[in-house]
Structures are given as C-alpha cells and as structure tokens.
Design a binder for this molecule. Structure first.
Ligand SMILES: Nc1ncnc2c1ncn2[C@@H]1O[C@H](COP(=O)(O)OP(=O)(O)OP(=O)(O)O)[C@@H](O)[C@H]1O
Ligand SMILES: [Mg+2]
Length: 266
C-alpha cells in the first residue's frame, strides 16, 4: 500500500509546493513509484514538475467532480517512476460544485483507491486554505507534513490547522498521523530564523523534523525551468536538504510507521 502524505498549511507561500515536488522527485529517483497529486487550482506543482499547460486535457477536477478514473488522468513526468495528477484553475470550481454532494470530503480518497496500490508514495500538494480541497487531502492521507516558514508569524495558523486535523480524525480519518513539521526558508544569518526554530522545537518537540530547509536561491529558480531541484542543481544546498528530509521520512516510516510519538501529541 502506498504511503500517502498530504503537504498542507493554510498559510500561503510557506514552501508546500516546493516540498511536495522535491520530496516526490527524490523518492522517485531512489526507485520508488511515486504519484504527485496537485490539489491546488494554482497548479504550481503541475508546472513546477514540468508538465506544460496544453500537454494534458484532464485534471484532478475530472476525477473529483466527474468521477473519471485517475489512472487515465495521471501523466508521467520527466523523472522516471514519478507520475503527476495535474491541476489547473478548473479545480477552483470543485469546491463549489461538490458542496451538495454526499461524502464530499471523501472524493479524493475514492479517486485514489483505484490506483494507490501502484505506488509506494503518494504526495499531495494542498492549496493555501482549509477549504474542501485540503479536507479531501487530509481525509485521503495517512500522514500530514506541515511546512513552516521561518518568519515572525510562522506559528500563526498552526493551531487552527491542528484543530482541523483533530476534526478530520474525529469525523473522517481516525488514523491520520503527523509526518512532521518542517522548517523552511531558514536563513542562518538571521537571529529570527534561529528564534522561530527554537520556539517550534520547544513547543512541538519530536514532531519537528531534524532536517531544516535553508533559504536557497536554486530552489526558487528550479520551478521556472519545470525541474525539481535534483534535476536543476543536484549539488545545491536545497537538493541536499530535501534529500535529507526524504531519508528522515523513509527511515522513520520503516521503524515506527510515523515520526516517533508524533501521532499522539497534538
Ligand atoms: N527554501 C527555499 N529557498 C528559497 N526560496 C524558496 C524556498 N522554498 C520555497 N521558495 C520560494 O518561495 C515561494 C513560495 O514557495 P511555495 O510555492 O513552495 O509555497 P506554497 O506554500 O506552495 O505557496 P502557496 O500557498 O501559494 O501554494 C516560491 O517562489 C518558491 O520558489
Ligand atoms: Mg503551493
């Protein structure tokens, strides 16, 4: 069975897509079969992994709203064994069109059920909101990975996200675990980054990944070439950090099924 990880934080621009794309690419480069699912109408994961607009006709919308099979929607990417379920602005309509539908939080879970077994990992990139698309991702996932940008208001919103997590566990997905909280865009020259990291570790302890993603211009450049960091600059600090994150995830999931203790402490 695939390990399905939702990358979510309702705060915008914290590194969700960068994390989803690069984690998916690195896991695939190690020989895993990986599916990257774009649930954001902005379609940043779709373009960031190199799927050109016009190279696909169908998107996640067709599966969530029109019940079409994901097997026919998923597209291969330039990375061997990495497939992508693309998204575009059509998906914004899904939030509204699904309002009247029964079991509307379960649409993605249902869509994935047909193909999940083909993959070792399914990585879901979420939009910056706690709307129905994110709820679908959290209902379909085995675990939640939360990127947190090292800045002053970093923790704002994390409590609300954890309230949502508790609600999803209660109503739709009792087994949902926390994969980990990931510090992103860490700038070692500033005291602020160090202070945010220290606060987060004080508060959330073992739920915070040891790996910290540095602010790295190569990571910011790569999406404009439609490449994950391992294809764009494999020797950059960003590539190194995301590889370390992937090792942490693979190692932890082998030993405990989730980060130690993380499923209990919220
Ligand atoms: N570690 C990093 N170093 C430098 N730039 C980064 C890093 N991580 C992300 N970025 C850049 O910061 C911006 C926001 O990142 P990203 O798109 O991954 O965030 P997001 O949480 O997915 O945003 P949204 O909420 O809009 O979906 C992008 O321009 C991205 O290239
Ligand atoms: Mg994004």
């Amino acid at each position: 069975m695939a390990k399905t990880i939702a990358v979510a934080n309702q705060k915008g621009g914290v590194g969700k897509t960068t994390t989803a794309v690069n984690l998916a690419a690195i896991l695939a480069s190690w020989g895993n079969h990986v599916l990257l699912v774009d649930t954001d109408p902005q379609g940043n994961a779709t373009s960031g992994i190199g799927l050109q607009r016009g190279s696909f006709r169908k998107t996640l919308y067709h599966s969530l709203v029109l019940d079409e099979s994901l097997a026919e929607i998923a597209k291969p990417s330039s990375i061997a064994s990495l497939d992508v379920v693309p998204a575009n602005k059509d998906l914004a309509g899904a939030e509204i069109e699904l309002v009247e539908v029964g079991q509307r939080e379960f649409r993605l879970k249902r869509s994935l059920a047909g193909i999940e077994s083909k993959y070792d990992y399914v990585i879901i990139d979420c939009p910056p909101s706690l709307g129905l698309l994110t709820l679908n991702a959290l209902t379909a996932a085995k675990s939640l990975l939360v990127p947190i940008q090292c800045e002053y208001y970093a923790l704002e919103g994390v409590t609300e996200l954890f309230d949502t997590l508790a609600r999803i566990r209660r109503l739709h997905n009792p087994g949902l675990m926390i994969e980990g909280l990931l510090l992103t865009m860490y700038d070692e020259r500033t005291n602020l980054s160090a202070a945010v990291a220290a606060d987060l570790r004080d508060f959330y302890g073992l739920q915070v990944f040891q790996t910290v993603i540095p602010r790295n211009v190569r990571l910011a450049e790569a999406p404009s070439y439609g490449k994950p960091i391992i294809s764009y600059d494999a020797h950059s600090k960003g590539a190194e950090a995301y590889s370390q994150l992937a090792r942490e995830i693979v190692y932890e999931s082998k030993s405990t099924g989730s980060r130690s203790g993380s499923s209990t402490v919220v």
